[in-house]
Design a protein around this ligand. Structure first.
Ligand code: SF4
Length: 466
């Protein structure tokens, strides 16, 4: 019996399937040959991973390839430039060109902006001696991101993931900490850090025993008051909290954290309301909440997956109905197959507002559209028509520089712009915000010198600023 068939008769054990099982998946679920071939080629560059729960419970195979969950996990035609796909097809058809194929794959990956938002250059903290600390990022004063090395995969991979570089096996593209020793020392030197976001990949891919090794030492640091766990496991493998052999131990660990008086925030990634419709997902959330943990829900807005106001409203209502807190609707970052998934900011605001309007007050905890960009998290609050023209109303929700948090600013409306670096700031933008947003001294000077810039026009944000 094949692996997939074993899963279908319900062993309930987690197994990941990737390009090697593609033929089996295609045969079982009736994937057309052309779609199968595209998945095979694109998955040479972008990571592809799925499991039986996603295949059986989340994908509507009658709607493939347009089905949102199929788009979410299966690499698609159009994610890579046509000429790259043709190049991959030509080289992979010839067994004598393996080195050439490897080189092309590396070249394409390098062009896909593997570390957006300056993660690699700007966010890596250092020891007292100035050596970089592996597996950590420190972008905002109060929060450190921690990447346990055994948590750098997921139960399935999202095709749009901005962390895709973590999964392609290139050591140079990975963040990973073997243990929390370096983090604990760092926290001793940085008492301002109150929140640790344990992330990946997906930390929930680890056994509970490993998770204990990574989390328990953090409970010895008094200044850490909140542990956040970033995970999509509730959507992709809710069995992790319900029927996995160490699911009960996991809940005991959660209880141990909350019993110390700390907040335990499960930052659950839900992309589509279908992910919350299964009994298993709802049971998982109920069990997590029974430990005292709070489930915050977030996801990027993604073309072809959830760029529909009715779906967004249904998603946030479903999150609220199970006791979760709708939190962020992010804007897709410029990485991986960005052109395939991006939603322009103007449309993102419309979708957000149309969905938000229909929500009960208690579900209006969701914020968006939010760009997690180099200077910080920037929300597009709306669009404003003035005698001067049409503008996006923007606000820094979070910032590297705390003095910028909460401050509004404006940019000229552009129906095609999809990220901060495509916007022109209004000439009245305060100098510190302009400097942070543009990353350009020249632009900041222009903002300071605003009397002379009545019609200076664009304060173009530096390319590659995120
Ligand atoms: S589950 Fe999260 S980290 Fe994993 S591929 Fe999806 S978005 Fe990326």
């Amino acid at each position: 019996m094949s692996l997939l068939a074993t899963d279908l008769v319900g062993t309930g054990r987690f197994r990941a399937y990737g390009p090697r099982q593609l033929d089996e998946i295609a045969d079982r679920y009736g994937l057309p040959t052309e779609v199968r071939e595209t998945v095979r080629l694109v998955s040479l560059v972008l990571p592809f991973r799925v499991n039986a729960y996603v295949l059986n419970e989340l994908i509507d195979w009658d709607r493939v390839p347009d089905d949102p969950m199929f788009q979410l996990v299966f690499p698609q035609r159009g994610m890579l430039p046509e000429q790259d796909e043709r190049g991959l097809a030509a080289l992979s058809a010839d067994p004598g060109t393996k080195a050439g194929l490897r080189a092309l794959v590396q070249q394409i990956r390098g062009r896909l902006n593997p570390h957006p938002s300056g993660q690699k250059e700007l966010n890596v903290p250092t020891t007292r001696d100035g050596a970089p600390l592996p597996g950590m990022q420190h972008k905002y004063r109060e929060t450190v991101l921690y990447f346990p090395s055994q948590g750098q995969t997921c139960h399935a991979y999202c095709t749009y993931c901005f962390r895709w570089a973590q999964f392609v096996g290139d050591a140079d593209l990975r963040f990973a900490a073997p243990d929390p020793g370096g983090l604990v020392t760092y926290l001793g030197d940085h008492p301002d850090v109150t929140d640790i976001l344990v992330t990946g990949g997906d930390p929930m891919i680890m056994t509970t025993e490993r998770l204990v090794n990574h989390l328990e030492p953090l409970l010895g640091v008094d200044t850490v008051r909140t542990l956040r766990i970033g995970t999509k496991s509730v959507a992709y493998w809710p069995q992790r909290f319900v029927t996995d052999p160490d699911a009960d131990d996991l809940l005991r660990l959660f209880e141990k954290v909350t019993a110390t008086g700390r907040n335990l925030a499960v930052m659950a990634h839900f992309s589509h309301p279908r992910e919350l419709r299964t009994d298993m997902a709802r049971r998982a959330i109920a069990r997590i909440r029974s430990t005292g943990a709070v489930v915050y829900c977030q996801a990027p807005l993604i073309a072809r997956v959830n760029d529909d106001a009715a779906d967004l409203a249904a998603l946030w209502r479903a999150e609220h109905a199970v006791g979760g807190v709708p939190y962020y609707m992010f804007v897709e970052r410029d990485t991986g197959p960005y052109d395939y998934f991006k939603v322009p900011l103007a449309r993102a605001v419309d979708l957000f507002q149309a969905a938000y309007r229909t929500l009960p007050g208690l579900a209006r905890t969701v914020r968006g559209p939010v760009m997690s960009a180099t200077p910080g998290k920037v929300v597009v609050d709306g669009v404003e028509d003035t005698p001067e023209g049409r503008f996006f109303q923007l606000r820094m929700l979070q910032a590297r520089q705390p003095a910028l948090v909460g401050r509004p600013f404006r940019a000229f409306h552009d129906p095609a712009a999809a990220w901060l670096d495509e916007l022109r700031l209004h000439p009245d933008t305060p100098a510190d915000i302009a400097r942070a947003v543009t990353g350009s001294a020249r632009a900041a000077e222009a903002a300071e010198d605003r009397d002379d810039t009545a019609d200076t026009g664009p304060l173009a944000v530096a390319a590659g600023a995120h």
